[in-house]
Design a protein around this ligand. Structure first.
Ligand SMILES: [Zn+2]
Length: 360
């Protein structure tokens, strides 16, 4: 899948193929001209595959570096960025170094940000190993780290040279992790492709089991859909906002739970709530929220705000969101399933008091 990132030199391909990891060294040698690779992975992924990968990359140019950081979202931090960039400097890496971001969404964002800033930018290749990274975060060129003030507050836009996706890598994931990725897949179907949504509904058991024959086409379709959006609007502009469906309420729920609620779990509830909001406003076709709720429940996720949630705190986070303008919050709303209401610039401004009742 070709992603147009603004000019010949910045366009890149996403290759989705089972068994691709084994071909990675020759693929890289063919496609990306660098003298040395620095593989960045968290300690878990490095333990599983990283050393083998670094080994297979040697023998081409300078010996590869393997740099690791502790697994977990809390390590997507400026401190990790400092350690990784210092390690590159200590190893004498120059502008002919390529960064290979090998792992889930945290690794992609962190290693991508290291690549965006090291010597004012060196090439990065994204090799996502989690379903959510394959389906969502590895495509689009966003990189960054979290700060105590919030997620992704410091970052850069740095499109990869190549994204190499091997759906086989998801087989070792826990089921819960696959469910997280499938939330974003359902989102792609809900905003852009009703037929894909149907397919996901039908295949949900096989997808949760990690059946590669179901996983490969789903990853490919999600990548195609995401690429079609970021290609039209590689910078964060109006159209790209459709990818935020479910995320306005989702991010507020995540923040209000102090991130005890997972991203996928929060977005699952957020999509259902935002579909209900659209139905109330007469924008979204009736019955859409019920269908989304059933899909999220099939993934083993909650479709309603968990009891005991501090609704006031959720509303406060919504009100402080960057999407807020003049006391209203802007939402991406569905039309029919598989399409987004064009609104004004693909969002609609909704008064906060319209949102409160949806969170009960
Ligand atoms: Zn998301």
């Amino acid at each position: 899948v070709r992603v147009r990132a603004g000019g010949e030199t910045r366009d890149y391909d996403v290759i989705v193929r089972r068994g691709l990891l084994a071909e990675l060294p020759s693929l890289l040698a063919e496609r990306v001209r660098v003298h040395r690779w620095a593989v960045i992975a968290d300690e878990t992924v490095a333990g599983l595959y990283g050393f083998a990968l670094a080994d297979r990359l040697s023998g081409r140019g300078a010996p590869p570096l393997l740099l690791t950081f502790p697994a977990g979202e809390e390590h997507k931090s400026r401190e990790s960025w400092v350690r990784l960039t210092d390690a590159l400097l200590d190893a004498g890496c120059g502008r002919d170094t390529g960064i290979l971001a090998f792992g889930g969404g945290v690794t992609g964002d962190l290693a991508g940000f290291v690549a965006a800033t090291f010597l004012r930018g060196v090439p990065v290749v994204q090799v996502p190993t989690s379903l959510v990274a394959m389906i969502d975060s590895s495509v689009g060129g966003k990189t960054g780290v979290d700060t105590p003030g919030g997620k992704n507050l410091v970052g850069a836009f740095h499109p990869p040279r190549l994204v190499a996706v091997d759906p086989e890598a998801t087989r070792t994931l826990p089921r819960r992790e696959r469910a997280q990725g499938l939330v974003e897949a359902f989102k792609h179907g809900a905003i852009l492709d009703a037929v894909y949504f149907d397919t996901l509904e039908n295949d949900v058991a096989r997808l949760l089991d990690g059946d590669p024959l179901a996983t490969e086409p789903a990853v490919l379709r999600s990548v195609e859909l995401k690429a079609s959006v970021v290609t039209q609007d590689e910078r964060e502009g109006d159209y790209r906002q459709i990818l935020n469906f479910g995320h306005t309420i989702g991010h507020a729920l995540e923040a209000a739970s102090a991130y005890r609620l997972s991203h996928g779990g929060a977005v699952a509830i957020g999509m259902v709530a935002e579909a209900r909001l659209g139905e109330r406003l007469g924008v979204t076709k009736k019955g859409t929220s019920a269908r989304l709720a059933a899909a999220m429940e099939a993934l083993g996720l909650e479709s309603r705000v968990p009891p005991g949630t501090d609704v006031e705190a959720v509303l406060a986070f919504l009100g402080s969101d960057k999407k807020r303008r003049e006391g209203r919050v802007r939402f991406v709303l569905l039309g029919n399933l598989g399409s987004v209401d064009p609104g004004e610039g693909w969002t609609r401004a909704v008064k906060l008091d319209e949102v409160g009742p949806l969170l009960d």
